[in-house]
Write a protein that binds this ligand. Structure first.
Ligand SMILES: C[S@@+](CC[C@H](N)C(=O)[O-])C[C@H]1O[C@@H](n2cnc3c(N)ncnc32)[C@H](O)[C@@H]1O
Length: 381
């Protein structure tokens, strides 16, 4: 059994895990945890670095900590965490240390003040590498011991994402969200027809994709993203296999030479101008105006993709708004989608109670009034 520790936006984590490991069979889930069986540990380790929304991965073990310790010649350095019933941790740490001592094992636990370990502590102390980070869970009288097999390297992750002259701009798709969208698209050769700064494509290169394609209505953005992407590629010594970019109004996506000539396998994109809305100036009228301008493009966009029988996945964000503590969804786009697209489920059917009515994923950021609704789509055949 494998346990995935999830991020705060746990539905995005779960959707991503099922895209990467569709063979997983659900044993249990809640907002912190997804437990799956039928997974191969080696495969998990191979693919884990593509899970941007998982914090840690554990496997269940049927031996005791002391059995591991007796097999280690050096001082046994370890960590223990507990979940749900955290008050036991001090007792668990002390009794484990006592058992180890009674068995002649010299040991040291890393936990400070009898608290659960952070990812940074686990990485710093190399506990995953040594196989000595444990999580203990009680279910009534039953005790389950889990061993950490992977931890998200948050430090190198944030350095990688934000240090390279890639300041977050207002409205820019957050890199972590881009990665998740790329993941659920299952694409290796991605096309972004509303490219703007090239964020989606830079993220896709970071995920080892070697072919990138883009277009934009605005020639300046076509070139600006080219500069961004080429600079990024150069700085990171990446060799791309193919690149193509054109100026194009996405309304006429059916005329895109990229779609017609290149073997792309996903469209991952977002078009929204992210007009700044504040508590003071947000209004239903403004939202309606935004919806109108978006729908006029998107209707044509989907219609024209249908015209050329586009068959690959489309992962796309639409906005939704909060006004006086009420959510305003982009319901007009739902109509277009129901006519022209098949919305792809992001969870197994047993997860029905956590999906939205529209089968989408919601991404909210505090202190903002405009949020994102993410869909995975296929054009109806
Ligand atoms: C604000 S950006 C969206 C970027 C995305 N949020 C991100 O962070 O990568 C919108 C882009 O869509 C482009 N755009 C607007 N209307 C378009 C159209 N009809 N066809 C193609 N591109 C369009 C704009 O020039 C701009 O570059």
């Amino acid at each position: 059994m494998i346990w995935f520790a999830l991020w705060r936006e746990y539905k995005l984590s779960i959707a991503e895990i099922f895209t990467v490991f569709p063979e997983g069979k659900t044993v249990f889930y809640d907002k912190d945890v997804l437990i799956l069986e039928n997974l191969n540990e080696n495969l998990i380790l191979e693919k884990a670095n593509f899970l941007w929304w998982t914090i840690k991965i554990f496997k269940i073990i049927d031996n005791e900590i002391i059995d591991d310790a007796l097999n280690i010649e050096w001082k046994f350095k370890y960590g223990i965490s507990t979940f749900w019933d955290k008050k036991n941790l001090k007792e668990i740490l002390n009794s484990t240390k006592k058992i180890l001592k009674e068995n002649g094992v010299s040991s040291r636990f890393i936990n400070k003040d009898f608290k659960n370990l952070s990812s940074a502590q686990i990485i710093w102390e190399k506990l995953v590498k040594n196989g000595t980070d444990y999580s203990i869970i009680f279910d009534g009288d039953k005790k389950y011991t889990w061993k950490t097999i992977w931890v998200q390297d948050i430090d190198s992750y944030s350095k990688r994402d934000y240090s390279k002259d890639r300041d977050m701009q207002t409205g820019m798709l957050p890199p972590k969200l881009c990665q998740m969208m790329i993941n659920i698209s299952s694409g290796k050769t991605i096309y972004d027809p509303f490219v703007w700064l090239g964020t989606v494509l830079i993220e896709s290169i970071l995920m080892w994709n070697k072919k990138v394609y883009w277009s934009d209505l605005n020639q300046t953005m076509v070139e600006h993203s080219r500069n961004n992407i080429f600079k990024f590629v150069q700085e990171n010594n990446v060799i791309l296999e193919d690149v193509e970019f054109i100026k194009l109004n996405a309304k006429f996506i059916n005329e895109s030479s990229i779609l017609l000539e290149k073997n792309i396998d996903a469209i991952v994109t977002e078009w929204y101008l992210w007009e700044i809305m504040t508590q003071k100036n947000i209004s239903i009228e403004r939202i309606d105006k935004q919806k109108e301008s978006l729908i006029s493009i998107y209707e044509k966009f989907f219609e024209n993709l249908k015209k050329i029988n586009y068959t690959w996945n489309i992962v796309i964000c639409f906005p939704f708004w909060e006004i006086s503590w009420k959510y305003i969804y982009f319901e007009e786009i739902y109509k277009t989608l129901s006519l022209l697209c098949d919305i792809q489920p992001l969870f197994p059917t047993s997860f029905e109670n956590i999906t939205t009515k529209a089968w989408s994923l919601l991404y909210k950021r505090e202190k903002q009034l405009v949020w994102r609704e993410i869909f995975k789509l296929k054009i109806k055949t």
